[in-house]
Design a protein around this ligand. Structure first.
Ligand code: BGC
Length: 422
């Protein structure tokens, strides 16, 4: 019965489509949003936007596709776009958006951007991803960074731990936890998580200039260098500190291990803080946030953007409403306080943020000024997905799980894969 009604409605819509110009159809007061924000903290943050739009009379049609890094979500999005049925907007990362823009699939929000002066408040580095040939086709709701570690404060106190400043300090801290019978490192063994952790290890091992040479410029000598081999060797050292059940674990379950005191620390982007918040934990009291040891001063960013696809005229008001809501300074403050990220707008005050958020905001500003604000390779902000998700995730995870045995082999595979994907 339901199928027949749908078919009938479809046939009627098709019959009318010729008669009523789409532009005159009533606006559809519904926002259909594709995203991968399915954890407690993520869902709570998304609620800020939902509620704002509800006040403006928009219904919310959720299209959640779980999986951090958005790989599964991007597969769903591709299918929807190919079927000519794109959502009102999709959460999207870096070069994924540029690919759709180049293919001419995205709408144009330049008029709204000009009216609201977005170009003056969004860091230039991000505008590379939100605009194409000067036209705005996506909006950034936040700036996340991946080079953080999240620690259980009670365990730190128990083992007498202090902030690790270097990679060697970090190993010494993990050893202390191990000696105290605590799982040192809470890890989710999924390719995107291991690759995201490796971004930090590379930055810590080689510093920002090396990171840029290797990952932004794809300089072959840097990719093959002893420094990159050392980065893989450092990554291998971390393997010894996970529990045996890490393979396949979701990132938020790894965060929960730290929240509950089953593990000392998680290396993860600041979306992890959203989980601490959702569990009513307080920065400085229940948990600690430090930059990944050896990376203080640099910010390896990824920003959650909402990409707006070309849709029929009756759906464009909903896109404008979502774009407008997302760029609203109060929405950005409320959303990011819950999400763990920092506002994409540089003019939002840090007043309502906790110590980690305040540090995040100050770090972004300083890194932007110093030229140490760099895109995450794992999150597709350094290179297009064919290299980021495609080659990098694959090589890092194979190395971490022992399929690629040595760091010599790992750099060779990385260079080979990148050259094939170029
Ligand atoms: C997104 C975050 C998200 C995380 C885990 C990242 O790719 O940028 O917003 O919380 O994945 O799902």
């Amino acid at each position: 019965m339901k199928l027949r009604t749908t078919l009938l409605a479809g046939a009627m819509a098709a019959a009318f489509a010729g008669a009523i110009p789409v532009a005159q159809a009533a606006d559809v007061k519904e926002v259909q949003m594709l995203h991968w924000w399915t954890s407690g903290g993520e869902a709570a943050a998304l609620n800020v936007i939902k509620q704002y739009l509800a006040k403006e009379g928009y219904a919310w049609k959720d299209v959640p596709v779980a999986g951090g890094g958005g790989e599964a979500a991007m597969t769903t999005l591709k299918a929807m776009v190919a079927a000519g049925n794109p959502p009102t907007a999709s959460q999207i990362l870096g070069y994924f958006a540029l690919d759709y823009a180049e293919a001419g699939k995205l709408g144009d929000f330049t008029a709204l951007a000009k009216k609201e002066g977005w170009d003056k408040v969004v860091p230039t580095a991000l505008q590379k991803f939100t605009t194409t040939n000067g036209k705005w086709d996506a909006v950034p709701i936040n700036i996340h960074s991946v080079n953080w570690i999240w620690l259980n404060k009670a365990i730190m106190d128990k083992i007498g731990g202090t902030e690790p400043k270097t990679f060697d300090d970090f190993i010494a801290l993990l050893d202390k936890a191990k000696a105290a019978g605590v799982i040192p490192l809470a890890l989710g063994g999924q390719p995107w998580q291991e690759a995201t952790m490796f971004d930090s290890v590379v930055m810590s091992t080689g510093g920002p200039d090396f990171y840029k040479k290797a990952f932004i410029n794809l300089d072959e000598s840097a990719l093959k260098s002893d420094t990159m081999k050392k980065a893989f060797d450092n990554l291998a050292k971390l393997r010894a500190y996970t529990d045996p059940n890490f393979a396949g674990r979701d990132w938020n379950l790894a965060t929960a291990m730290v929240i509950k005191g089953d593990a000392l620390v998680q290396v993860m982007g600041d979306w992890a803080k959203g989980e601490f918040k959702a569990a009513n934990k307080e920065a400085g009291k229940d948990f600690l946030c430090y930059r990944f040891p050896g990376t203080d001063g640099s910010v390896i960013y990824n920003t959650d953007m909402f990409a707006f696809f070309k849709v029929s005229a009756d759906r464009q008001a909903a896109q404008t409403a979502l774009a407008d809501a997302s760029m609203n300074p109060e929405v950005q403050a409320a959303f990011n306080i819950i999400k763990g990220s920092v506002p994409a707008r540089t003019d939002v005050s840090d007043a309502g943020f906790d110590a980690c958020g305040k540090k995040g905001i100050a770090d972004v500003k300083a890194a932007n000024e110093k030229g140490t604000f760099v895109g995450s390779m794992a999150q597709n902000y350094a290179q297009p997905p064919a290299i980021g998700t495609g080659v990098y995730h694959d090589v890092v995870t194979k190395f971490f799980h022992g399929e690629i045995k040595t760091s010599d082999e790992a750099v060779a595979e990385l260079v080979k894969g990148i050259n094939n994907a170029k």
